[in-house]
Write a protein that binds this ligand. Structure first.
Ligand code: ADP
Ligand code: MG
Length: 225
């Protein structure tokens, strides 16, 4: 699959001949310098953007042939997104922020279960402004997983957090992957994550440079918390 952005006369090749299979339940970390195409790849996997050529398949569904309505359905029913900024609604509590999603999906998990999975039960009646950055990001993860997505896509979820807080957020994502089997693709520069992934995919200049499989991945359940 390739992706070319055209703005007037200017062409930017964001992805070149990317060929990647991701297995159900896998935990993939995407690494690479700024501008290497990581976000472009994640957005195409999530149906937020479309490839310029080639094919993107989700199971038997050909996303590259899907129209806007089918992509909206794919995103709503199958994909959870987590971004660098938490995009929480400030006037709603933790519970209410997570509960909003459950109105538009078919088989959500109970809101309190989603909040429990990210370790925020004691804070569920608090407002975002009463939470730290790491806690707010965990609310965003709860909001992403409450719809039981098959795929969890995270674009620099630790980008605004210090190293230790970022590590905790990544451990929460690794837990979700391990316990509910959600396929996870995570872009992060936090070095703590590499050992938790099944495979680390290195992008450079829009190409996959190498893929490293962790033979002895650290299971989040082995971690101390
Ligand atoms: P990364 O996430 O690895 O930093 P991106 O996927 O955001 O990289 O960008 C890859 C390349 O594509 C960069 O050169 C970027 O400038 C370009 N690009 C990304 N989005 C657009 C867009 N909407 N229009 C034009 N160029 C874009
Ligand atoms: Mg990016």
């Amino acid at each position: 699959m390739s992706k070319v952005y055209r703005t007037g006369e200017v062409e930017v090749v964001a992805l070149r001949d990317v060929d990647l299979d991701i297995a159900r339940g896998e935990f993939i970390v995407l690494l690479g310098p700024s501008g290497s195409g990581k976000s472009t790849l994640l957005n195409i996997l999530g149906g937020l953007d479309a490839a310029s050529s080639g094919q993107v398949m989700f199971g038997d569904h050909n996303l590259s042939a899907a129209g806007e309505a089918a992509l909206t359905e794919y995103r709503r029913d199958h994909v959870g997104f987590v971004f660098q900024f938490y995009n929480l609604i400030p006037s709603l509590t933790v519970r209410e922020n997570v509960a909003l999603v459950t109105d538009i999906v078919q088989h959500p998990m109970p809101v309190d279960e989603a909040i429990d999975r990210v370790g925020l039960t004691p804070r569920r009646d608090h407002f975002p402004a009463q939470l730290s950055g790491g806690e707010q990001q965990r609310v965003a993860i709860a909001r992403a997983i409450v719809k039981r997505p098959e795929v969890l896509l995270c674009d620099e979820p630790t980008g605004a957090l210090d190293y230790q807080t970022g590590k905790l957020v990544l451990e929460v994502i690794a837990h979700v992957n391990e316990e509910i089997g959600t396929t996870a693709v995570v872009i992060t520069h936090n070095a703590a994550i590499a050992g938790m992934a099944d495979r680390v995919v290195y992008l450079g200049d829009g190409r996959i440079q190498r893929i490293v499989r962790n033979e002895h991945k650290i299971r989040p359940s082995e971690l101390s918390w």
